[in-house]
Design a binder for this molecule. Structure first.
Ligand SMILES: Cc1cc2nc3c(=O)[nH]c(=O)nc-3n(C[C@H](O)[C@H](O)[C@H](O)COP(=O)(O)OP(=O)(O)OC[C@H]3O[C@@H](n4cnc5c(N)ncnc54)[C@H](O)[C@@H]3O)c2cc1C
Length: 380
């Protein structure tokens, strides 16, 4: 963890302290176990939820924590420095609530948001399909209006918390008009016809279940559509701007965890009669790792402050996602190098950090797609 954080208020400093206590006590002892077994750590999310850490960036009057992104993201970073799987889960939950918060009517928000933010519920976000990842406008899952209902048929791939979540924010096609023919729905986990396929067998993030969600004549009331028909893709993409900041913070926490493990090892491990950190060639590797972590943090915080100030931040969110995840890949790879042969074994967490860093460059828009967002914004 960073030695100290410059938080904007005393209350937010206390929140960081509380988070560190909770993750040290409730999460750190369990991470190696659930990453090895692939068991979904549902109880950990309940603990975080009861402590108010699952709903920080939402207003207090709706059951949230009333925190700025500057604060929320640093809490998220602290969680991810101990477990990337749980960090990703907290970020995905926030993303799953976003559509209702921004596009829901007052009535819809009052009806569902307090429960979703209560800490007892966990959300999932269904945008991708097997043939439509980087290009979500190519999606085929359909929601057909029948009287006062929509009937959803199709399959949403790669759903984080698939089969574990209590509610699903689902983007589905309501007309054939490309990106303008997609609508957004809030689907409860117990809806008839909704099921999860077998979880994906992934390279990392074993504690974060990822599964295709199958929609077989799932009938939901029209009142569960968020926003107008055809507004689904803009709602999804607006959510991703904030979600990308979440992934940037998670990647930074992951890199910080790897740096901490590498520094601790390099102080202990001896070669040629001294600690390996005292060999300049290795000390400089660690220095570059520390520079990468701190510059990543500065990048996501700068984007978060723009968001908190109500400024446009889409380009900066993509820059933060790109910089923080690329830095995390480099830092975690170097951490394995610092530990030498030990780094390549499961006796130390750095091989896991390296596997976890890879997916950060892929989900919530690959880093090629982030470059597309940035370059299009520059061309505007
Ligand atoms: C562990 C995990 C969890 C996930 N969780 C979720 C979730 O909760 N909800 C959800 O909806 N999705 C989720 N995803 C899906 C994820 O967002 C997609 O995998 C991602 O957007 C990439 O889509 P794709 O896999 O179809 O790759 P593709 O779109 O097939 O891309 C393949 C390659 O082509 C490149 N490429 C594509 N288009 C361009 C272009 N225009 N210019 C340059 N390069 C391009 C990509 O960068 C990539 O390198 C998750 C994925 C993983 C692995």
């Amino acid at each position: 963890m960073p030695a100290s954080r410059l938080m904007p208020t005393e209350e937010s400093s206390d929140l960081i302290g509380l988070t560190r206590d909770i993750v040290a006590r409730e999460l750190a002892p369990k991470v190696a176990g659930f990453e090895a077994s692939g068991e979904f750590p549902r109880e950990v999310f309940r603990t975080l939820g009861r402590a108010g850490l699952l709903s920080l960036p939402y207003p207090e009057e709706l059951g949230g924590g009333g925190q700025s992104y500057e604060v929320y993201l640093q809490v998220l970073e602290e969680i991810a420095s101990v477990s990337a799987s749980v960090g990703v889960g907290v970020s995905v939950h926030a993303l799953s609530c976003f559509g209702l918060f921004t596009a829901g009517t007052d009535e819809q928000r009052e009806q569902w948001l307090p429960e979703m933010l209560s800490g007892e519920q966990l959300g999932a976000y269904c945008l991708s399909e097997a043939h439509a990842g980087s290009d979500p406008a190519a999606m085929r899952t359909k929601a057909v209006r029948e009287g006062d209902s929509y009937v959803i048929n199709g399959a949403k791939a790669w759903t984080t918390h698939g089969g574990q979540a209590d509610f699903y924010k689902v983007m589905a096609r309501t007309s054939d008009d490309g990106g303008r023919g997609i609508s957004c729905f809030l689907v409860p986990a117990d809806a008839n016809g909704l099921s999860a396929d077998n979880p994906e067998q992934k390279m990392g993030l074993m504690g974060s279940t990822t599964a295709t969600m199958i929609f077989n004549d799932v009938r939901i009331p029209v009142g569960r559509r968020l926003g107008d028909e055809g507004q689904g893709l803009p709602i999804a993409l607006a959510g991703l701007d904030s979600g990308r900041l979440g992934i940037a913070a998670v990647a930074t926490g992951l890199a910080q965890g790897a740096l901490d493990a590498a520094v601790a090892y390099a102080k202990e491990r001896q070669a040629f009669g001294k600690a390996i950190i005292d060999h300049q060639g290795l000390g400089f590797v660690l220095a570059d790792m520390a520079a990468a972590v701190e510059s990543a943090r500065a990048t996501y915080l700068s984007a978060a402050r723009r968001k908190d100030a109500g400024e446009p931040f889409s380009r900066q969110a993509s820059i933060a996602k790109l910089v923080c995840t690329d830095n995390a890949m480099k830092v975690t790879t170097d951490a394995v190098q610092v530990l030498g042969g030990a780094g390549y074994t499961r006796d130390f967490p750095v091989e896991r950090h390296m596997r976890e860093a890879k997916v950060m460059q892929i989900f919530e828009g690959t880093n090629q797609i982030q470059r597309l967002v940035i370059s299009r914004d520059l061309a505007r």
